[in-house]
Design a protein around this ligand. Structure first.
Ligand code: SF4
Length: 295
């Protein structure tokens, strides 16, 4: 557990040194929802740039709900994991249809929206509505686990959620959420935590040398070498979508050949998967498969 003075120190550190990210200037629930979906699996600084352009173009949830899917997918260029763009668009439509265009503040209602999982729901509830709930992503899990028990290995997901909920300062849920995210991104790194610079050092069991029993008894983790990004299906999906973004609206892009190291049959398969997910429209052209962004 993190004592009150530890929380005070972390909040003071965040107030003094927190990252200046554009989306932190807004507590509009729709703006927060956009930023949280963008910042998942995308570097926060890059997400912040995309977020500014996004909320300028679609300032309200109703604006986004009424936008063509193709425009939404074009605006998502460079952020990766394009399914998030589709989910955000569908979430906006659900908010308009089911909540009168007002983003709900209740965690359960947020989790019922397309593409919104436990983390995103709690992040929106805390950041936009000040609800005292803990948003647990991989960084926050690591930070809290280390502070409370020397490592996150000691916690099953439910126990970690309970810990995260229990330590939120009721009067500073938004700042606390940002502070833990910054701690995880800047100091409490997976391999080499910078405990000497951390505001939590005095209250942190990891910094005191403790490790959870579960971690001590586990077999050593064997790290697999990650494949080169260009050889992955994710890279290929991104290139297929980029080509569809590059043609004029309504035009079909052709995929007659291999892309990078991916054979033509793999390109066709990935394209059909993207179409099945609603990210593309596909057809058989004269020279092979063709695709375009959905209308
Ligand atoms: S003291 Fe070290 S291990 Fe503990 S939260 Fe800070 S950086 Fe992480």
């Amino acid at each position: 557990m993190v004592p009150p003075e530890g929380r005070t120190a972390i909040l003071a550190w965040y107030a003094a040194t927190g990252r200046e990210l554009a989306f932190r200037r807004s507590t509009d629930p729709y703006h927060v929802l956009v930023s949280e979906l963008m910042a998942q699996q995308t570097q926060a600084e890059r997400a912040a740039l995309a977020w500014e352009a996004w909320v300028e173009r679609w300032p309200t949830v109703a604006d986004l709900a009424g936008a063509p899917v193709a425009d939404v997918l074009r605006a998502w260029a460079g952020l990766g994991y394009n399914r998030r763009a589709l989910a955000l668009h569908r979430a906006a439509q659900a908010i308009v249809a089911d909540h009168g265009g007002v983003v709900p503040g209740d965690v359960g209602a947020l989790e019922a929206l397309p593409g919104v999982g436990p983390y995103t729901a709690r992040a929106v509830a805390a950041l936009a509505f000040g609800r005292p709930v803990g948003a647990v992503d991989v960084n926050v899990r690591r930070v809290l686990g280390r502070m409370a028990s020397g490592g996150a290995e000691a916690y099953a997901p439910k126990a970690m959620q309970e810990l995260a909920d229990a330590v939120v300062p009721p009067d500073a849920a938004a700042a606390w959420t940002h502070a833990l995210m910054d701690l995880g991104a800047r100091l409490c790194k997976p391999a080499k935590p910078r405990c000497a610079d951390c505001p939590a050092t005095a209250w942190c069991r990891y910094a005191a040398g403790e490790r959870p029993a579960a971690a001590a008894s586990q077999a050593p983790v064997t790290r697999r070498v990650a494949p080169r990004f260009e050889t992955t299906r994710r890279w290929l999906r991104g290139r297929i979508l980029d080509r569809a973004r590059d043609v004029a609206p309504g035009e079909w892009a052709a995929y007659p050949d291999a892309i990078g190291a991916h054979q033509h049959v793999a390109v066709r398969e990935a394209m059909l998967d993207l179409a099945a997910e609603g990210l593309l429209e596909a057809r058989e052209g004269e020279d092979g498969p063709e695709a375009r962004l959905p209308g």
